[in-house]
Design a protein around this ligand. Structure first.
Ligand code: AMP
Ligand code: MG
Length: 489
């Protein structure tokens, strides 16, 4: 294994971007999960692999000599309302490390105690949200969606008081960085342009180095983040994923999915679907995600205005033009991804209609999102097979399926190949809400990790369905349906 290489670039920037802060020790740590595959990618020394040394570090009981723990400062619009100071209230960056292929990653503890940004929070995380983030973030990674990852999960041996007392836990999160739109908003709200510039230069150097040589590096940074987010949201939507809390403090500058709170994969398709019980207005519904991402990016653009040009009006013009690219980029990516889901290699404008018609048919028939696409590969040459069972409206299905088969025929690709390609595109297994909820329940109420472990293993190979995992592919029975998910606070 190559060398474990540690950096502290954010710590080196100092205040006001972060504040040094040590984790608070816990009573009696125990392992819940350790991600050996990720540990290998990060060249983490074997000393820490599922060992007592690792448990001490990932519970916050020991600060290893390679760590320089800090809490990052950020602000954010939460459900549209600006909060000038949020920050890492229950998370601590331990260190940045270089992976085997020389990429830089943050290693962060989530739930390791209070920080200067905790406000009235306890800095802790209950077991349920930790297991949820572990399962769902790793499932997203296996689906090829840019995301933060989970390196470790441990029980603390302490209780965390929420509505009831819950076992405390800590997640070790890995990300290409934890810098958010809110990080820029924090600096902009302080009104110090020199600090803002320092930070923007840091982010360009860290995430988008190609922007440095552009005529206007900060405008190029905006364009790069717009493009990354446009693609990310299209990916979410093509998987039936609802983030649930797209506040600007939860939108990563690197374009990764971050903050797995009330997130969920949809069961039956409904574009207005929301799972978060606090999202009463449907602000973060499945179909609203592009609009919200675009709104969030406008907040990001506002922070950059003083760096774009000295002329305020011209700065707004420049930023507006870049922001306007979001919809086109997002729609093109969504079309490309959705076309692939129905076996179309090169999407055309008329395919957009075909896709919309299918989505409408799915929502009118309450068809399960993932099953609709997964079973479609069995319908390529027989419209009465595969996905047909999901549509009570037989006429609607037949009429759509005929048009679709005609379209597939124009490609000149053998249908068996099309069908295989579809099975590699449409997951058989997603982190279904009712399964995640049941795994959390068994872990919390009976200290039983069997279902959590089974799910974790199955979701690592989402395109392969084995007999042993067949039950995980099924949509929930009405009595199993989970209608609400809760924030990880
Ligand atoms: P989130 O809803 O997870 O995006 O968190 C929003 C803000 O609340 C962030 O600044 C968090 O650090 C902070 N926060 C959430 N839960 C806690 C907690 N238990 N203790 C301290 N701060 C918290
Ligand atoms: Mg957050």
């Amino acid at each position: 294994m190559s060398n474990f290489t540690v950096q502290h670039s954010l710590a080196d920037l100092g205040a006001p971007f972060s504040e040094p802060c040590n984790p608070t020790p816990v009573a009696a740590p125990q392992w819940l999960a350790f991600n050996a595959e990720l540990a290998a990618e990060l060249c983490l020394p074997q000393q820490y692999w599922h060992s007592d040394d690792g448990l001490a570090v990932f519970s916050g009981n020991t600060v290893p000599d390679w760590a320089s723990p800090l809490a990052h400062a950020y602000a954010g619009h939460q459900f549209g309302h600006f909060v000038p100071q949020l920050g890492d209230g229950r998370a601590l960056l331990l260190a940045e490390v270089l992976s085997a292929d020389n990429q830089r990653f943050d290693i962060q503890l989530k739930g390791a105690g209070q920080t200067p940004f905790s406000r009235r929070g306890d800095g802790r995380a209950p077991l349920g949200p930790v297991l949820r983030e572990y399962l769902v973030s790793e499932a997203m990674h296996a689906l090829g969606v840019p995301t933060t990852r989970a390196l470790a999960a441990v029980l603390t041996g302490d209780w965390v008081q929420r509505e009831t007392a819950e076992p405390g836990a800590i997640l070790t999160r890995v990300a290409s960085s934890h810098i958010r739109i809110g990080s820029f908003q924090y600096l902009a709200a302080r009104g110090d342009h020199a600090q803002l510039k320092t930070f923007a230069d840091y982010v360009i150097n860290r995430h988008y180095p190609e922007c440095a040589s552009e005529a206007n590096p900060y405008l190029a940074l905006l364009a790069a983040v717009v493009a990354a987010q446009a693609k990310l949201i299209a990916k979410w939507m093509s998987m039936g994923f609802i983030h649930g809390v797209m506040n600007t403090d939860n939108m990563s500058i690197a374009g990764e999915t971050i903050d797995y709170g009330p997130c969920a994969f949809m069961d039956s398709f409904n574009p207005a679907q929301v799972y978060s019980f606090i999202d009463t207005q449907g602000r973060y519904a499945w179909g609203n995600q592009p609009r919200i991402a675009s709104w969030n990016l406008a907040r990001f653009a506002e922070t950059l205005l003083p760096l774009l040009t000295e002329q305020p009006e011209q700065a707004v013009e420049l930023a507006t033009a870049v922001l306007q690219d979001f919809n086109g980029l997002n729609e093109a990516e969504f079309l490309h991804l959705m076309a692939a889901k129905i076996g179309i290699v090169t999407a055309t404008d008329t395919d957009e209609v075909l896709i919309r018609d299918l989505l409408n048919l799915m929502s009118a028939n309450n068809a399960d999102f993932s099953q609709s696409f997964r079973l479609l590969s069995h319908s390529v040459s027989d419209i009465n097979a595969g996905a047909a069972v999901l549509f009570a409206d037989k006429q609607g299905w037949t009429s759509w399926a005929k048009k679709w088969q005609q379209r597939l025929a124009t490609q000149g690709i053998a249908l068996i190949k099309v069908s295989q390609q579809m099975d590699n595109t449409n997951p058989a297994l997603i982190a279904r809400n009712h399964l995640v909820a049941e795994a959390i329940k068994q872990a919390t109420e009976q200290a039983d990790l069997t279902l959590f472990n089974r799910l974790q293993q199955a979701l690592a190979k989402p395109y392969t369905l084995s007999d042993a995992n067949a039950d995980f592919a099924l949509p929930p029975q009405p009595q199993q349906l989970v209608k609400n998910t809760f924030c990880g606070t």
